[in-house]
Design a protein around this ligand. Structure first.
Ligand code: UTP
Length: 285
């Protein structure tokens, strides 16, 4: 069963990163010189998907602009003979994946954001990639591409799970698993209630019928339409979800600490600043 479409929800308000995110979407915050959303689009492109659907908000037009042509900038770079920069900028509007957007009028929760793509998804299977969860893997054979392969071979829904320490359990959806199957999801549980140390990293692939399990009702505790509630209903209705383990590092760029860790690690990897940056880090007490 083929999967080509990826929903990338970017309509959240990013309150944990305020005031930076008052006028700038959190997805446009840079990790060294690339905005987070560019790294996410590269991951999706490397995994071999064909279409991205951004779920957006009126304040997020800079994300759409980032992947559009910029004639004035390109002409200036050409005039100044900045060839490699020009190539990089041109490639942003010349991706192997197509991008389209649909608005989520009100940020009613992640589940609601995903349901906004229903008219574009039609009868197809689809992936979901959460852009604030950055996975450090630039290869074509990345975590998402393996998840895609598993889905296409088995025809069963797939979720990527990572391992975390006890302190962070209450920030994420935590999975109860048996063999290679997900049995239950606990949304942001207390340590005492968490069934495992396995959290949802923000990479999912679902068979088309999943979209019908997203409720119109808000969760009574969070007051949002939750994706995890839909996942639980889907499982309870005898739909199987398999999981794979995350390989490599992840960064929760929606949080201050995760974002800072991403910048440090990506700067260390950046050939143009790596040496000097490392020697600067060594000097910090
Ligand atoms: P988060 O809860 O992490 O993002 O949602 P947020 O609401 O933007 O951030 P905080 O908690 O206020 O700091 C996970 C993903 O789902 C999207 C967000 O943009 C983020 O990528 N989202 C969330 C929507 O698109 N719509 C929503 O109504 C809620």
């Amino acid at each position: 069963m083929k999967v080509n479409k990826v929903i990338v929800p970017i309509a959240g308000l990013g309150t944990r990163m305020l005031p930076a995110t008052k006028a700038i979407p959190k997805e446009m915050l840079p990790v060294v010189t690339k905005p987070i959303i560019q790294l996410i689009v590269e991951e999706v492109e490397n995994a071999g998907f064909k279409e991205i659907i951004f779920i957006t908000h009126s304040s997020k037009s800079s994300v759409e602009n980032h992947f559009d042509n910029s004639f004035e900038l390109e002409a200036t770079l050409e005039k100044r003979v900045k060839r490699s920069l020009l190539k990089e900028i041109k490639s942003l509007s010349n991706l192997k994946v197509s991008i389209q957007s649909i608005r989520q009028g009100h940020a009613k929760g992640l589940g609601h954001a995903i349901s906004c793509a229903k008219t574009i998804i039609k009868k197809e299977s689809f992936a979901i990639v959460l852009p604030d969860m950055l996975i450090a893997d630039k290869s074509k054979n990345n975590n998402l591409s393996k998840l895609k392969k598993e889905f296409e071979e088995s025809g069963l829904s797939q979720i990527l799970l990572g391992k975390i320490g006890n302190k962070e359990l209450s920030n994420y959806g935590i999975a109860k698993v048996s063999k290679n199957k997900i049995l239950r999801i606990f949304e942001k549980p207390k340590i005492s209630k968490a069934p495992s140390n396995l959290f949802i990293v923000g990479r999912y692939i679902f068979t088309n019928n999943f979209i019908n399990y997203i409720s119109k009702e808000k969760n009574k505790v969070s007051n949002e339409i939750e994706l995890t509630d839909a996942i639980q209903r889907f499982i309870n209705d005898s739909n199987e979800i398999l999981f794979s383990y995350l390989k490599g590092k992840f960064y929760d760029c929606g949080s201050k600490l995760g974002y800072l860790k991403a910048i440090v690690d990506y700067a260390i990897e950046d050939k143009t600043v790596s040496k000097e940056f490392k020697s600067y880090l060594k000097k910090i007490k």
